[in-house]
Design a protein around this ligand. Structure first.
Ligand SMILES: Cc1cc2nc3c(=O)[nH]c(=O)nc-3n(C[C@H](O)[C@H](O)[C@H](O)COP(=O)(O)OP(=O)(O)OC[C@H]3O[C@@H](n4cnc5c(N)ncnc54)[C@H](O)[C@@H]3O)c2cc1C
Length: 433
């Protein structure tokens, strides 16, 4: 690869980068998109949300995704404690929009998005990795290395970092902060012959709630099912042996999942990923901006990653486009985009932080639709993460019910402990006397 000049350099050809590159190229910007691997390549993150569909339409890839995806009408939660399953069909979501989504092999999905960016006019380069960046007034010079080991320099007026969990810029600046309240890890693989759900639940993602974590079960095309365990650090510390042995042991320990996988065989390697949620201190600085996982990552329980990454890609494209004509306007849009994304992350994190709490789980597993609380939860599960009063008020009601239930639970436990506490105190008094 030779040295290049461009308006915008996008580092990373995943959902965030390819979305941004396509939209900028269509606005007539000279865009270079580099990807360190080559599509199609494996990636985790296979379950999409209804809110993503409008964006896929805007990109012009909705039909192509429909062709490679498994139709996903909702999400179900299955409790290992009570054995019950609760369905959250997307058609109940309050804020409107699509009532379904898809589950995809990310190798196929990401290739569609990358090809869409190049056919929209972006200059795409695969097997090219960004290794360094020099910032100058009004432009940056990014050093890139191709697979053969040759270095080149790309001079860009604006840089979008879409490098995913590598966090090219944030790692370099040392300002990526781990979220200590969600320090989980995961281990996952693909299976064949997983028992199908009954007809009414075909295509649903299943989330099995285990004691110290949860599993995803995602139906993919061609009879393949993606299964993964996301657990607390304590769950992972207790593991013996390799990743495959650990995943087998976790499945065996879950009565609900064990039953579903009784006749299944693994058809892929077992992969592990650690250190979950994080956020960079800021998503932008002058003419550089981080989008998608390069800026922030939230635990995947609600399948929000691809939606958030593509939304950030769209906002990043608007920001870069504005900045190229008027940097002051670009700064306003960058700050606005960051506020929107951080608010969405905070909204989903509230649930994620509490998902191992038995009180929240009990409410989740018997959702009442008083004050439309259940439909509000469905809206969140469908990806309505923006400030929208119709779905926000029911979610606020759900949070209030949770707080009251949690307070009552604490009182109940203190009340049960009371005789022991009184006995201990009188024993102490006797000894002092
Ligand atoms: C265990 C797990 C399960 C998940 N499940 C879901 C799910 O079910 N649904 C969902 O929506 N999300 C899920 N996610 C999240 C989802 O995978 C991500 O949020 C999403 O892929 C982010 O897209 P992105 O474009 O920001 O980053 P990525 O998809 O990671 O793309 C970044 C790209 O940048 C490239 N790159 C990296 N560094 C460089 C460099 N220096 N130079 C050039 N290229 C570079 C990488 O090769 C990669 O192709 C899950 C994540 C994990 C860890």
């Amino acid at each position: 690869m030779r040295d290049l000049d461009c308006d915008v350099l996008v580092i990373g050809g995943g959902p965030a980068g390819s979305t941004a590159a396509a939209l900028l190229a269509r606005r007539g910007r000279d865009v270079v998109l580099i990807e360190k691997s080559a599509h199609p390549r494996f990636h985790i993150g296979e379950s999409l949300l209804p809110r993503n569909l409008a964006l896929l339409e805007r990109l012009g890839v909705a039909e192509a995704v429909h062709a490679i995806g498994v139709f996903k009408p909702g999400a179900e939660f299955v409790s290992d404690t009570c054995g019950r399953s609760v369905a959250f069909p997307f058609r109940l979501a309050l804020a409107g929009g699509a009532a379904h989504s898809y589950q995809v092999r990310r190798s196929d999905f990401d290739k569609i998005l990358f090809d869409n960016a190049t056919s929209s006019g972006a200059r795409g380069f695969e097997r090219v990795r960004a290794t360094d960046i020099e910032r100058h007034a009004g432009h940056s010079i990014v050093t890139v290395r191709s697979e053969s080991g040759t270095n080149s320099r790309i001079t860009a007026r604006y840089v979008l970092d879409a490098s995913g969990r590598d966090s090219f810029l944030a790692a370099r600046r040392g300002n990526r902060q781990a979220d200590k309240r969600n320090n989980t890890a995961s281990v996952y693989a693909h299976y064949r012959d997983v028992a199908p759900r009954d007809a009414a639940m075909t295509g649903y993602i299943s989330i099995h709630l285990a004691q110290d974590g949860w599993f995803w079960v995602i139906p993919l095309p061609d009879g393949v099912t993606s299964v993964g365990f996301v657990g607390t650090q304590a769950a992972f510390r207790a593991r013996h042996g390799d990743n495959a042995g650990f995943l087998d042991a976790r499945i065996a320990a879950s009565p609900t999942l064990r039953a579903r996988l009784a006749g299944a065989t693994r058809c892929s390697e077992v992969t592990a990923t650690g250190n979950y949620s994080y956020r960079a201190a800021r998503s932008w600085d002058g003419n550089v901006c981080m989008i998608g996982d390069a800026f922030a990552f939230v635990d995947p329980m609600f399948s929000s990653g691809v939606l958030m990454a593509m939304t950030a890609g769209e906002l990043g494209a608007q920001t870069a486009d504005a900045w190229l004509d008027d940097p002051a306007r670009g700064r306003i849009l960058a700050a606005r985009a960051e506020r929107r994304l951080v608010a969405a992350i905070d909204r989903i994190s509230w649930l994620i932080y509490r998902i191992n709490d038995p009180v929240l789980r009990a409410l989740f597993m018997s959702p009442r639709n008083t004050l439309r609380m259940r439909d509000g939860l469905v809206s969140l599960l469908a990806g309505n993460l923006d400030r929208d009063l119709r779905s926000m008020l029911p979610v606020l009601a759900f949070k209030s019910v949770y707080r009251v239930a949690r307070g009552a639970d604490r009182l109940r436990r203190a009340w049960r402990r009371l005789p022991r506490t009184v006995a201990r105190q009188s024993d102490l008094q006797d000894r002092v006397a």
